[in-house]
Design a protein around this ligand. Sequence first.
Ligand SMILES: CC(C)(COP(=O)(O)OP(=O)(O)OC[C@H]1O[C@@H](n2cnc3c(N)ncnc32)[C@H](O)[C@@H]1OP(=O)(O)O)[C@@H](O)C(=O)NCCC(=O)NCCS
Length: 199
Amino acid sequence: MELATARLVLREYTTSDFAAVHAFASDPRTLEFVDWGPDSDRDTRDFLEFCRARAGEVPRTNRTLAITLDGEVIGSIGLTVMARAGRNGGREAEIGYTLRPDRWGKGYATEAAVALVDFGLSQLHLARITATCRPENTASAGVLQKIGMRQVGLLKNDRLIRGGWMDSLVFAIDAEATSPHPSSGPAEKGPAPARRTRQ
Ligand SMILES: CC(C)(COP(=O)(O)OP(=O)(O)OC[C@H]1O[C@@H](n2cnc3c(N)ncnc32)[C@H](O)[C@@H]1OP(=O)(O)O)[C@@H](O)C(=O)NCCC(=O)NCCS
């Protein structure tokens, strides 16, 4: 699948993305508030294989896509549909994202997340999308607020991150709380038969 925004293209990973992905997945600056990494070469290869395998699944429950700018991979974003159904059988999913540090602060994560959330609500008809971030991760909390998610909870001591337990803010957006947009979501190109949600 592929989603286009004003500046970005979100697309499936290929094995040739190894160097670009490994650069940010092994960079301590991107890992301060996440419970994965720093990735070894093997971890990055496994991640790309994970994405490739999930892309071929039917039904697809994990969409982890490369965020590209002018053809260059600048980050990663994922939407994972949960196995359990929510209220009234509605399907729910979790979103997460990572951007390489030299591209922070330019609105790219917000732009990518808007597209994937819109896709999830309008094309996958998800009832709810959730996300978590550490309270200290003001950039991520800023992204989630800007895309219309609301903080619905706080999980104390939720993630073991480099030897210390950190809290998580829980954010959510419900389909019923958004204005209806039957087919206005970003178009998915190609076959549309969804790890790590890297956050
Ligand atoms: C979180 C992350 C993806 C944000 O990406 P980004 O492209 O820089 O975010 P945006 O530019 O879209 O910023 C959106 C909002 O977040 C806030 N924000 C961004 N960077 C910020 C910073 N350094 N300090 C405080 N607020 C910040 C702002 O409110 C901003 O809105 P504004 O542009 O109107 O000021 C990026 O910092 C990152 O990859 N971090 C490492 C991985 C990670 O923590 N992932 C999320 C795990 S929960």
